[in-house]
Write a protein that binds this ligand. Structure first.
Ligand SMILES: O=C(CO)[C@H](O)[C@H](O)COP(=O)(O)O
Length: 213
């Protein structure tokens, strides 16, 4: 089980310093969507250079122009790019083509997908290998959490790896660990913590405890 650190709202230098401070606990560094909008692929390049041993994910949430936008991420050094599960299957296939040509990976973010079981089946049939359950920040503000969608995903995904995101923190991590996703994504719980290192350590420890159980 991997821990993915989502860097969404920090300035570049602060994000680099934060990632450095929790380096020991993080497997994948996500250049979050607001970060991509603010700093573009320069942010991906900077993290690629600074963290050569980590996997880097460019959270572009691609909705159109799948081939070109995926190539931007992969050419900048990302190991993963994200596209939206609600987009046209043609866009998904274009992202997959770019990923295959680069030897990199596509993750489909299932935020706002209404019929998860049907879409999971369609995406897996198209060749998608990584699916992410996601309750967005605005949905979280309305009291939603990703745990029920994660259970649906675990039941219906046949081959894909499963990530989960949406307000997960050291107090709720055990609910997610119990479901055994492949990747747990944590953003604000770490980046906005009074003590980000302690929060990352608690989360990683909970994940490792489950792996060894
Ligand atoms: O993709 C995202 C926002 O679109 C976030 O990176 C993801 O939801 C994780 O952040 P948080 O733990 O703060 O919810």
């Amino acid at each position: 089980m991997k821990l993915q650190l989502a860097l969404d709202e920090l300035p570049l230098d602060d994000a680099l310093a934060l990632a450095e401070s929790v380096r020991d606990y993080v497997d994948i560094i996500e250049i979050g969507t607001p970060f991509v909008i603010a700093r573009g692929m320069d942010a991906v390049r900077r993290f690629r250079e600074r963290f050569p041993e980590k996997e880097i994910l460019s959270d572009e949430k691609i909705m159109d122009g799948g081939y070109f936008e995926s190539q931007l991420a992969f050419n900048a050094g990302a190991d993963y790019v994200t596209a939206l599960g609600v987009t046209d299957i043609l866009t998904v296939k274009a992202c997959l083509r770019a990923a295959q040509e680069s030897g990199k990976q596509l993750v489909i973010d299932m935020i706002c997908v209404d019929d998860l079981p049907s879409r999971i089946a369609e995406l897996e049939a198209a060749g998608v290998k990584n699916l992410a359950v996601h309750t967005g920040a605005d949905q979280q503000a309305a009291g939603r959490q990703p745990i029920e969608d994660l259970k649906v995903m675990k039941k219906h995904a046949r081959h894909a790896t499963i990530s989960v995101a949406g307000g997960i923190n050291s107090r709720t991590i055990h609910h997610y660990v119990e479901q055994q996703p492949d990747v747990i994504i944590v953003g604000s719980a770490i980046t906005k913590a009074d003590d980000p290192v302690q929060e990352a350590r608690l989360i990683k420890t909970a994940m490792q405890g489950a792996s060894h159980a």
